[in-house]
Design a protein around this ligand. Sequence first.
Ligand SMILES: Nc1nc2c(c(=O)[nH]1)N[C@H]1C(S)=C(S)[C@@H](COP(=O)(O)OP(=O)(O)OC[C@H]3O[C@@H](n4cnc5c(=O)[nH]c(N)nc54)[C@H](O)[C@@H]3O)O[C@H]1N2
Ligand SMILES: Nc1nc2c(c(=O)[nH]1)N[C@H]1C(S)=C(S)[C@@H](COP(=O)(O)OP(=O)(O)OC[C@H]3O[C@@H](n4cnc5c(=O)[nH]c(N)nc54)[C@H](O)[C@@H]3O)O[C@H]1N2
Ligand code: SF4
Ligand SMILES: [Mo]
Length: 865
Amino acid sequence: MTNDPVKTVRTTCAYCGVGCGVIATPDGNGGVTVKGDPHHPANLGRLCSKGSQLGQTVSTDGRLLAPRIGDQDTDWDTALSLVAERFKSTIEQHGPDSVALYVSGQLLTEDYYVANKLIKGYMGTANIDTNSRLCMASTVAGHKRAFGTDTVPGNYTDLEQADLIVLVGSNLAWCHPVLYQRISAAKDANQNMRIINVDPRRTATSDLADLHMSIAPGSDVALFNRLLVEIVDRGLVDADYVAQHVNGFDDAVAAAHADVTETLDICDADLMAFLDMWCSTEKVVTVFSQGVNQSTSGADKVNSIINCHLATGRIGRTGMGPFSVTGQPNAMGGREVGGLANMLACHLDIENAEHRNAVRTFWDSPTMPTQAGKKAVDMFDAVADGTIKAIWIMCTNPVVSLPEADKVRQALLDCDFVVVSEMFATTDTAKCADVLLPATGWGEKDGTVTNSDRTVSRQRPFLPKPGMARNDWDIMADVGRRMGWKDAFDYATPEDVFREYAALSGIATKFERDFDISDWTDDYNAMFPRRWGTERFFENGGFYHADKKAKMLPLKSRAPKSAITTDRPFRLNTGRVRDHWHTMTRTARSPRLSQHLAEPFVEIHPDTASRLGIKPAHLVKLTSDHGTAIVRALVTDRVRRREVFVPIHWTGETAPTGRVDALVTGYVDPVSGQPESKASTVAVAPFDPEFYAFAVSAQEITPDSTYWAKARVENGWRMELAGTAPTDWDAYAKSLFGDGETVSVIDPARGIARVAVVSGGRLIGALFAGREPVAVSREHLAGLLGGDYADVLAGRPGGDRPDPGPIVCSCFSVGVNSILHAIEADGLMTVDAIGAALSAGTNCGSCKPELAALIAKCTVKEAAE
Ligand SMILES: Nc1nc2c(c(=O)[nH]1)N[C@H]1C(S)=C(S)[C@@H](COP(=O)(O)OP(=O)(O)OC[C@H]3O[C@@H](n4cnc5c(=O)[nH]c(N)nc54)[C@H](O)[C@@H]3O)O[C@H]1N2
Ligand SMILES: Nc1nc2c(c(=O)[nH]1)N[C@H]1C(S)=C(S)[C@@H](COP(=O)(O)OP(=O)(O)OC[C@H]3O[C@@H](n4cnc5c(=O)[nH]c(N)nc54)[C@H](O)[C@@H]3O)O[C@H]1N2
Ligand code: SF4
Ligand SMILES: [Mo]
């Protein structure tokens, strides 16, 4: 079937808050080719690995195509009538606070607007929160405390104009790769530019930094308090700026003095280098992300950074300022439109009676809650204890991403009425739904998003809506009408919603709010990326507290809340990998993106590993008070001895024992309500299965072994397994892959089994098992599916074909062995030279930090020899 004639569309990337412009050309058969938009101010033509592979994630394979009640497909009328009726009757019987909406920074602004209007203005409760609570809430709180508004003062060009960039709790190289590339290019052009990375863990970002400060987890406030003292001691305070525009200076400095007795647990030389660079460089931008936000002192960390910028007047000027980089594509839009439980649209506050009345009048709404609603963690506690009886989850996967995730799953299973709007029926959260609603996804959706530097861009549709899928705003507006509010939710297009929102922002300016897009009356469909507000805020003060001044806050550092005990002696850090997005519902569909890191792992220090008897590539069991996880040991000195790091991406769908949030404690920041996702405490022990195995399979399979992790490859799936050994390996292989002829080599004495299953002349699966983790060439075996498999049981390519090793460059599938060979044998000593020889790093560039690290490693090795 061919659809409309091919039409190229300018849109915005589906993933991170950099907000790159994408030029998408559909092929008319459901596929699309993408390239970076050279005219978009965020990326100027660049795309990272995830952006480049968007085309591999848009197929309608596995999509939820019709509404479902229980296990039965149904029509929209039946499904939405049920949703409307159940929300209505729940509110009638138990009051408005017995219902809730849990939404997402991946919704478009138009979706967010309708969600807020529906629940705050019409259902009469502020029980709406978003996954941004897990993401940006501490920054929102920190900004509001300091500036009186949640506004990022600078823009991306500041990252290029700075002479010093301090990246705090940010793995920018992997999480905001295009910004990282912009910084890296600026550094090449400006020999004076320095980069400091503050992160307990060494990452791809640290590899290119001039200084990596491995601070103790949670000690950021102590570090920036120490910096504030240094700023004062060195006479670097901008006295005029502080006198005219800042309150709270003396108290903040006194508190910082009192705090510096705290030991920082970093070497003096590093600390002095940090202080020297910060103090001696005027143009400094401090970029921060989840190492700052996801903490029980998250808001304080944000303010400790802002304090230093306010004291020196280094804010709102070219190349200077605190810079929070947002995670999700519309994290910022969600903040503007009042997506959090304590906010209203256009930077208005729900707890301010005048703001409330203005919005209520504008909406002509029957009711408006006077208090903030429940924040994410509390919201799910209220689901667990039955206070919330009906919840509608949209565009987020809380059974994977919320702390104490097993409890969250149970709470949803026990809840009276759970609605989930999703692209896929198979997510861990979708499996808990009473009603599943098929939503459109990227490429089908239509609306606006705001990126980290306040640039609003259009996401435009270029693919047909699959099956019966509908846009999120449209589904919600329909429910609003069914609940009796026909006029209020009478929108026909996202533009209708946008126009109403823009008009509301004009009303908000009466309260001297900064967010005003009421004059954005140009053609919505043709809208170009456009930054709201001025290029920069606050160079000359003009803050949004009543007296127009900013506030410096007196801060005291606190350790993370989970206590280290003899039972829980390790701190569990968590975060992201380069090529996967969150719970992988989309990136796991791309074979290219699945080859970089194909299973969940724990980074553990070599000394710790050997002390605990954990061998590289063996399995490790992590235990907290809330749950357990089993993941692969990645033994590395990138982490400190008492800390371990586990990525967040794996789920019940891809590696059921790898859900790290099953371990994480739900402690939250007292100011922002953001959970401390990076500092729970755990026990760590070897996990000894009877067998380890690697398998490739043409069909998707779901084994019942204790441990498994699956990843897509070009012609099927690859899988790691471990558990109790079967008695008959041939039979086991057939039970996994399907019936066929088996070819096997089995050595029961050594516990080794290699079995290939062939059906109709095609290799349908192969299994390589042993008592130890099996050393076979995974990339080679994955390539045999559907191809020549004569020597499959050898497990590696013949002598004439070198084994490329684990993939580093996803765009061109270049493996680590090929790169090391180019460095060691061919003497290629620059990233560019490797690119010229192997193409690695020459498309999206996301692997460049890893290429540089491999070169550095070889250089160090050579020097030591
Ligand atoms: N590839 C990829 N990119 C993404 C995403 C993705 O899923 N995959 N998600 C997007 C989203 S929503 C977000 S929010 C961003 C997140 O982007 P980042 O915040 O950069 O990513 P994380 O890996 O969560 O955490 C960053 C670092 O914080 C460090 N850290 C932990 N504890 C502390 C501490 O106490 N102090 C300091 N200073 N550092 C600490 C961790 O070691 C980690 O390296 O990424 C966005 N981009
Ligand atoms: N331990 C730990 N936990 C964390 C973090 C951490 O660093 N450590 N990070 C936290 C952060 S910063 C974040 S942002 C969260 C992310 O966590 P989640 O929001 O739970 O992760 P996603 O996989 O992005 O979930 C989005 C879901 O929406 C679906 N979807 C995609 N597009 C659409 C759409 O247009 N409409 C609808 N209705 N559905 C759609 C996807 O299939 C997917 O299931 O995780 C948080 N959890
Ligand atoms: S940096 Fe990558 S993931 Fe983020 S918006 Fe740009 S292309 Fe998308
Ligand atoms: Mo996030």
